[in-house]
Write a protein that binds this ligand. Sequence first.
Ligand code: SAM
Length: 286
Amino acid sequence: MLTEFGKLYVVATPIGNLADISYRAVEVLKQVDLIAAEDTRHVKMLLQHYGITNKLVSLHQHNEDKASPVLLEKLRAGQSIALVSDAGTPLLSDPGMPLVKMVKDAGLDVVPIPGACALIVALSAAGLPVTQFSFEGFLPRTSSARKVFFNEKVMSPKTWVFYESCHRILASLQDMAEILPLDRQIVIARELTKLHETIVKTSLGKALELVGQNDNMRKGEFVVIVDGAAADKNEHIITAEQEKLLQVLLRECSIKTAVAMAVEITGVRKKLLYQAALAMDKKKDA
Ligand code: SAM
């Protein structure tokens, strides 16, 4: 006898404005046998708004390894399940990856129901290049790890995007300003689709001032988008940390050796480091 397996629907929900949900998502949430939600209390508000009275189970980062096999068995038994997170698209900095992988690996259907995703919403209104971009999720929590991250990104020619909380937005911008040039264009997208939605495109230096001086600019949820390094700008930039490294090496070695070592450590182009080393050497003699 052929068994009809259930389908797993990955359903995007609003990131603020409850109207930002598709007709199809509402239909799916009404019709499935079960909704697996990151926070069942949170999703109830959305369900009530749309008159959906469906059965809920919780699937969050602390139980998903245990809960996912149970849900797979329900799918095998023919039940259909909708996966939702607290906001936006599940799996994007949200739970769901173990379940989706397990269901795919088992050869069952995973059906995406598209909708809001904060990084895409922010990019669509940022006015920075989007042909190619990288999404970096949440940044590391410690300042030193963030600086390592910014050092890795400083020369990247692509636009990059990260999520940030109100607790760390100022500290992250301060760290960024130690590594990136202050005239680099960035976009701070805050409280998207909500009452206090703010999307500011400005230089890193001005953004730091704005967030530092205005309490409201440190409230809510944030997406930060950073312009890639322009090819012509790359010709002239080395970061403050790379400069410091070069200075230390120059104290101990010849220009040639210091530059060779700095190239190996930083991955920055030799010509650029060589020019910087010559300039430092000149300054020393002046
Ligand atoms: N899965 C979600 C998505 O599709 O965007 C992201 C979930 S992640 C746990 C939450 C983070 O997304 C927030 O800390 C914030 O950085 C960003 N975010 C979510 N909603 C937002 C909004 N309305 N405005 C700005 N950022 C938002």
